[in-house]
Design a protein around this ligand. Structure first.
Ligand SMILES: CC(C)(COP(=O)(O)OP(=O)(O)OC[C@H]1O[C@@H](n2cnc3c(N)ncnc32)[C@H](O)[C@@H]1OP(=O)(O)O)[C@@H](O)C(=O)NCCC(=O)NCCS
Length: 161
């Protein structure tokens, strides 16, 4: 990942919505959870209003995004609302960089980061565990009957105190 192809994480703008929704609507868990373009636009627009959407650029194009909340959206901490990386650019550290972008901002103000991950999303569960998240609860039949959402939490560590 050298030279002009370095990954850059930056704050998103409305101009990024098309790229963000192209990524979101092409991948699980969002496909299985029944996300539509309208829902994606709502999620991204409300994130932009709060000022908490990041995108990853690689070679000048948007290849990943993260939507998060710092002050509302979940009790006791910040909340990662949605995160995804274009399939062709996974396994390169971009997801980790997006999570760091959100965590850095949330931990400035809050002691915890929370997120929900679908019970069928084994890859994301391993990804979050690698990043130090632990399961603290389960919401059964959360979005689709028969499927759970796990609540994962990461606490502010000594580096963030
Ligand atoms: C989950 C996701 C964002 C990870 O993005 P990524 O750019 O591939 O992840 P990274 O390359 O930054 O990986 C960071 C670490 O997590 C691990 N990891 C990432 N995906 C993994 C997987 N599917 N299985 C096991 N470990 C995984 C990596 O091995 C890496 O560990 P390391 O740094 O110790 O080597 C990406 O797979 C994705 O977009 N998935 C579809 C959308 C999704 O599930 N979003 C979460 C909704 S809750």
């Amino acid at each position: 990942m050298g030279g002009g192809n370095r990954v850059r994480i930056r704050g998103a703008s409305e101009q990024d919505i098309v790229s963000i929704c192209r990524i979101m609507l092409s991948t699980d868990p969002y496909v299985t959870l029944g996300y539509t373009e309208d829902l994606c636009y709502d999620v991204v627009l409300s994130g932009l209003e709060e000022g908490w959407v990041g995108v990853a650029e690689y070679g000048g194009r948007v290849v990943g995004f993260i939507v998060f909340r710092v002050f509302d959206g979940f009790p006791l901490g910040g909340y990662i609302r949605a995160v995804a990386v274009d399939e062709r650019f996974r396994g390169m550290g971009i997801g980790r960089a997006l999570m760091s972008y959100a965590e850095e901002r949330i931990f400035r103000y809050r002691r915890n980061v929370f997120l929900l991950v679908s019970s069928f999303n084994y890859g994301a569960i391993r990804f979050y565990r690698t990043l130090g998240y632990e399961p603290v609860g389960e919401i059964r039949d959360a979005i689709v009957d028969g499927l759970s959402e796990y609540i994962f939490r990461k606490r502010r560590g000594p580096n963030h105190a």
